[in-house]
Design a protein around this ligand. Sequence first.
Ligand SMILES: Nc1ncnc2c1ncn2[C@@H]1O[C@H](COP(=O)(O)OP(=O)(O)OP(=O)(O)O)[C@@H](O)[C@H]1O
Length: 390
Amino acid sequence: MILANPSALSSRYVPRRLPHREPQIERLASLFPELPKAPFFRVVQLIGPTGTGKTSTSLFFARSVEQQSENVSTIYVNLKSLRSRDADGFPWIVYTSILSQLGAKPSRSLSAAEVFMKVVGELSRRQKKLHLVIVDEADELTGPRSLQGGQIVYNLTRLPELGVSNVAGVIFIARNDDWARGLAPEEKSSLGALVVRFPPYTLSQLVDILLYRASEALASPEALPEPVAEYIAEITVDMFERDVRKALDVLLYSALIADKEGSDKITRLHVTRALAEIMGRSYLDDDAAKMLGRTERIVLAAALRAAGSSDTIYVSEQRVLEEAQAICERLGIPPLGRREIATALQRLHDLGYIKVSGPLKIFVNLVAGENVEELLLGNTLRKARGSYNR
Ligand SMILES: Nc1ncnc2c1ncn2[C@@H]1O[C@H](COP(=O)(O)OP(=O)(O)OP(=O)(O)O)[C@@H](O)[C@H]1O
C-alpha cells in the first residue's frame, strides 16, 4: 500500500516540522520570550488566508513550549466548531469549553458570566500551571456576538486585571484584519498591535510541503514523484487560492485511488481523478443544455472533446478553438470567431461548467453522459441537415 500512515494527512495532525513557517514560529517565540517560565501576559493575533498554516503554527509553538516544561498547558478553542445559533448561548459554550479543559465541571444552571468567573477561579487555583490560550476562528466573534455575547475578547484579554497571573497570553487566529473591525471599541483596544502575518504559500513552497507531508504519510519517497507533486501544487495555485489544506486533500485522495488500483506510485491520472471527486463536478442534463446558446453548446462540446483526448486536467483555448472549428465544419456552418469563443468560454465559466485560469488552462468541470454530443449539438445538427436538404 502507498498510504502507510493516512492519519499523517488528516487535518488534525500537526506535523513534526512546518517548512516555510519558521519565520512565524520564531516571531511567536520572540513575543513570548519568557516561556516556559514566568508569564508576561500578551495578546497576539495570527492573521492570514485559509490554509496558510496559522492553526498548525500556533499548536506547533504550544507543543514545543509544553515539551520544555510540563507545567505549561494549552487551552485551545475553535469557535467555528463551537458555533451556536443563539448569540446569547455562544459565550456560555466558549467559557464552558475552556472550563472543561481546566478539568472543572460546568453547570447548566450558571449564566455565561458566572461560567467565566468559574474559569477565573480555576485558573487562579492552578497556580503551578502556566496557561496559553488559543482562540481559533476568531472571525466568528465579530458583530453582535462580541457585544451581546459576553464580550469574549474583552474578558479573555483582561485576565491579569482579574487577578489571574498564570496565563502567558491569548492568541487569536483570524483570516483577515477585518475581524477586529466588528468588535466593540473596548474590545478592539484590548487587542493591541502584536500581529503575526501568514502570507499564502508560493508554488515552490507548496511543492516542498507536499513532498515533506508525503514522506510522513506514504510508504516510500518514490510513491510521490516530484513532477506529480508539482502538478498538485500547480492545481492548488490555479484552483484553490494556494490553500495547502486542499493540496493535502488532493494528495490523500490521489493516494487512495492509486492504492485501490494496486499502483506503487501516484500518477497525474490519479490526481486528475481525485480532483474530479473533490470538485464534485456539475452534471449536464437536458434542461441545463437548453439554457445554453448555440455557440456555447459548440464550445462546450469542443472543450469536452479536447479534455477527452488530453492526458492532463487542463486544455488550452487553442485546442478548444480547433475542436470548435472541426465541429462547425461537420455542422456545415461558418467557423466561430476567436472573440465569440472567448465570450462563450466566459459564460460557461460563470455557469460552473468550466474553470478558466488563463488561455492555457481551461479545466472542464463537467461530468457528461455518453450522449453528450447529441444533447449539445443534436438540434443544431438537425437544423443544419434540414437547411442542407432544402
Ligand atoms: N508549512 C506547513 N508544512 C506542513 N504542513 C502544513 C504547513 N502549513 C499547513 N500545513 C497543513 O495544512 C493544513 C492546514 O493548515 P492550518 O489548519 O494550520 O491552516 P490555517 O491557516 O489555520 O487554515 P484556516 O484558516 O482554514 O483554519 C493542516 O493539515 C496543516 O498540517
